[in-house]
Design a protein around this ligand. Structure first.
Ligand SMILES: Cc1ncc(C[n+]2csc(CCOP(=O)(O)OP(=O)(O)O)c2C)c(N)n1
Length: 793
């Protein structure tokens, strides 16, 4: 079976002919969507006025996907499958839209796209049309969890969807061009992480149509044996369905698909009934069919079908090129629409019955509208994990290490519902979340050896050294109605910048679709952050992910920088309860001082930003300077700077403002979390200097506050791309965000400190030189830095 083209007889002549008709109907609807403005049933000769003025969309992948969808429908019915469809080359939007229309889901969601001639006309017109729908498998399309605009993530999404969904099969069409992307290339390995006993199955269908936009694909231009070895080497059992002759291809596809489904069923039985724990070889299909199959063979003397030229609009100039209109009409009529739809435009009942019924239809499967299946997490009371903070500044063990037991108990309390997972690229321990392994394991279906730690066939933690997989799995998990966290080194989360983009876009659009239920938020926990990369140095220092995130729609993104462990607990509790956001939480894992009791932390996090009266000496009056901080290390340096100021310049009125929720800085008109102008002014004043120590690149604070009254007085220190392997304090010195620089900066902006201020500046300048000499000689920070504690009453 492995790698053989199949010839056995699976389909009766009647079924084959019906499936072929169904496929023709889907192809007709697809071409109609690409081209037609009117005359949807071709009841009269095609006129130029029937054709859209702008022809936008992709034909090449579409007939292959229509072929797959029709065959999946047959398999769903035959085996009563719980199946959804992921369109890797999501630019085949006409296929998914057309098929969900044929199965009836589309009209149920959008009644105006009715099952008649008028509905057909609207279906065609809306596609890639102003005020209509996008050309991809976008959120607007029922049954989609994967838009596929940016190629590479289909398999990761598919695997994320099947975790903890033991009955689900995700049929995932992978473009052979898509397969060249890094994320997709490594996603084949996901089969080492699914547990056949407790997870569902992914059925990859590699769409080997040979071409991308303008090039052949690599996988189509290596010997078949090599391709087979590649896929086998990834642990799959590939079944090839190759050819172009429809009747033969229907038979081969039906046979191949049956073999796959039966193989999945055998694997499940082995694992679930016989307790066989061996890693199975999951089946997959390689569909080797022409790009632009059934479309025009030759246009203007150039071969189209079976070439890259079929990628977009094969007959592109009906208005200006002689013969194009006739060619288009001939193409449309080749599907014989009069044999597929009745005179009123309804799909013939004997064809309509080929589609599954109710929620078995892939467009209506609730897994693809995950919010419908979403249950709240059982959350322990985060206050129970609080650090005792009798006085500000007591030593902490590392903030994420306090969070760990909370997440452990989230995993524990939701073990039976199996709807919470923590994903990470090999860093869950390193990020200080080791407590999770008191309750669960890392899911791993490959070989284990004595001495391995926390590996098991199933577990709430999933780790692969691919940020792309972690992100894609989590997205797939969330999109199908579950909850989770992605913990990652701060610098390397940039690897998935673009995946975050796509997910944020999905959230924005889907939030506007009333029929799409809201899903759980995507929670990033970025530990091992820029300021504490003692082991790794410069390569591991990049706090720019939050700059990137801040570009996205305010309705979608939230950024939190808790200054201590109690704030981290409060923030994470909030994030795990939230819906349809991307939450970014940046937290430290190294021992660090703790500032707020649990009650204070909860109140501070609820406010998002506030004055810390115990650290300030302006007694509620007008301060001379505002010392603002955001992030754990900037908060520490700010408070150390405040101690110096208050000791040496006791007359100076200093106000300390801490920001947890970064978006509080934006005006309320820009972000739902934004402080009203008067509330912002009440914290930051309208005219006093603000020395703002910020976790990340300083420009972000300027960008968020540029409309604020006092913006001209906000002086921001943050990471400015200075770093190496050095001491923790020296990292802050290199970037001028250390306590000494903060005091020097302050004095420069409060001339009333006079000679005492100038003297203090000189002393601190000398301190910085002493610091440099000391660390170069001793390899650690000055004792007064290492042992510094907040001691003001
Ligand atoms: C990450 C990414 N890079 C580039 C593109 C632009 N693009 C759109 S379609 C396409 C070719 C896709 O080829 P394949 O995956 O084989 O799909 P098919 O041939 O079935 O259309 C490219 C390069 C993209 N959408 N995403």
């Amino acid at each position: 079976m492995n790698g053989k083209t199949l010839t056995s007889e699976t389909l009766t002549a009647e079924t084959l002919s019906k499936i072929d008709a169904y496929w023709r109907a889907a192809n007709y609807l697809s071409v109609g969507q690409l081209y037609l403005f009117d005359n949807p049933l071709l009841k009269r000769p095609l006129a130029l006025s029937d054709v859209k003025p702008m022809l936008l969309g992709h034909w090449g992948t579409t007939p292959g996907q229509n072929f797959v969808y029709a065959h999946l429908n047959r398999a769903i019915k035959k085996y009563d499958l719980d199946m959804i469809y992921v369109s890797g080359p999501g630019h085949g939007g006409p296929a998914v839209v057309g098929n969900t229309y044929l199965e009836g889901t589309y009209s149920e969601v959008y009644p105006e796209i009715s099952q008649d001639e008028a509905g057909l006309k609207r279906l065609f017109k809306q596609f890639s049309f102003p005020g209509g729908i996008p050309s991809h498998a976008s959120p607007e399309c029922p049954g989609s969890i994967h838009e596929g605009g940016e190629l590479g993530y289909s398999l990761s999404h598919a695997f994320g969807a099947v975790f903890d969904n033991p009955e689900l099969i995700v049929a995932c069409v992978v473009g052979d061009g898509e397969a060249e992307t890094g994320p997709l290339a490594t996603a084949w390995h996901s089969n080492k992480f699914v547990d056949p006993a407790t997870d569902g199955a992914v059925l990859p269908i590699l769409h080997l149509n040979g071409y991308k936009i303008a090039n052949p694909t690599i996988l189509a231009r290596i010997p078949r044996e090599e391709l087979e070895q590649l896929l086998s080497g990834y642990g799959w059992q590939p079944i090839f369905v190759s050819g172009h002759e429809p009747a033969l291809m229907h038979e081969a596809m039906a046979t191949g698909l049956d073999q796959c489904i039966e193989q999945v069923q055998r694997i499940r039985h082995e694992a679930r009934v016989n307790g066989n724990r061996e890693r199975p070889r999951w089946p997959m299909i390689v569909l080797d069919s022409p790009k632009g199959w059934t479309g025009p063979r030759v246009v203007d003397g150039q071969q189209i079908e079976g070439t890259f030229r079929a990628h977009q609009i094969p007959v592109s100039k009906p208005a200006t090129h002689p013969g194009h209109l006739a060619l288009l009409e001939e193409w449309l009529r080749s599907y014989r629409p009069e044999e597929l739809f009745d005179a009123r435009g309804r799909l013939l009942p004997e064809l309509a019955e080929l589609a599954p019924k109710g929620e078995r239809r892939m467009g209506a499967n609730p897994h693809a509208n995950g919010g419908l299946l979403l249950h709240d997490l059982q959350l322990p009371d985060f206050r129970d994990y609080a650090v005792e903070v009798p006085t500000p500044g007591i030593a902490g063990i590392g903030d994420t290490r306090v969070l760990g037991p909370f997440l452990r108990d989230v995993a524990r309390e939701n073990e039976s519902t199996r709807n919470f997972r923590v994903f990470g690229p090999d860093e869950t321990l390193s990020n200080g979340l080791g407590a999770l392994f008191e309750a669960t394991n890392r899911q791993w279906d490959a070989t284990t050896l004595p001495g391995d730690e926390f590996l098991a066939p199933t577990g709430r933690v999933v780790e692969m050294l691919s940020e792309h997989q972690c992100e894609g799995w989590l997205e797939g998990y969330l999109l199908t109605g579950r909850h989770g966290v992605f913990n990652c080194y701060e610098a390397f989360v940039h690897i998935i910048d673009s995946m975050f983009n796509q997910h944020a876009k999905w959230l924005k659009v889907s939030a506007q679709l009333p029929w799409r239920a809201k899903i759980a938020s995507l929670n990033y926990l970025l530990a091992s952050h820029v300021w504490r990369q003692d082991h790794n140095g410069f390569t591991h220092q990049d706090p720019g992910f939050i700059d990137h995130v801040a570009n996205k729609k305010a309705e979608v993104v939230r950024v939190y920088l808790p200054p201590d462990a109690n704030c981290l607990l409060s923030v994470m509790d909030h994030c795990l309860r939230s819906r349809h956001y991307v939450n970014v939480v940046v937290a430290g894992k190294h021992p660090a001082p703790q500032w707020l009791s649990m009650d204070e932390a909860a109140a501070h996090c609820a406010a998002g930003a506030g004055i810390w009266p115990w650290a300030s000496n302006d007694q509620g009056a007008d301060p001379d300077v505002v010392m603002a901080c955001c992030g754990d290390v900037p908060t520490l340096e700010t408070l150390a700077a405040v101690s110096i100021l208050r000791e040496h310049l006791p007359d100076l009125k200093v106000r300390v403002v801490n920001v947890v929720d970064l978006m509080k800085l934006q005006p309320a008109s820009e972000h739902p979390h934004g402080l009203a102008d008067d509330a912002f002014d009440a914290l930051f004043t309208v005219d006093k200097p603000v020395i703002f120590a910020f976790h990340a690149y300083p420009s972000l604070v300027h960008k968020l506050t540029y409309r604020r009254t006092n913006h001209r007085n906000i002086h921001v220190r943050g990471y400015k791309e200075e770093g190496t392997i050095t001491t923790p304090f020296d990292m802050t010195v290199l970037n001028d965000i250390d306590r000494f620089h903060l005091v020097i900066d302050t004095i420069a902006r409060v001339p009333q400190t006079g000679e005492r201020g100038l003297q203090l500046q000189r002393t601190l300048g000398e301190k910085l030189r002493e610091h440099r000499r000391y660390i170069n000689e001793h390899g650690q920070d000055l004792p007064e830095i290492r042992n510094w504690k907040w001691s003001l009453a």
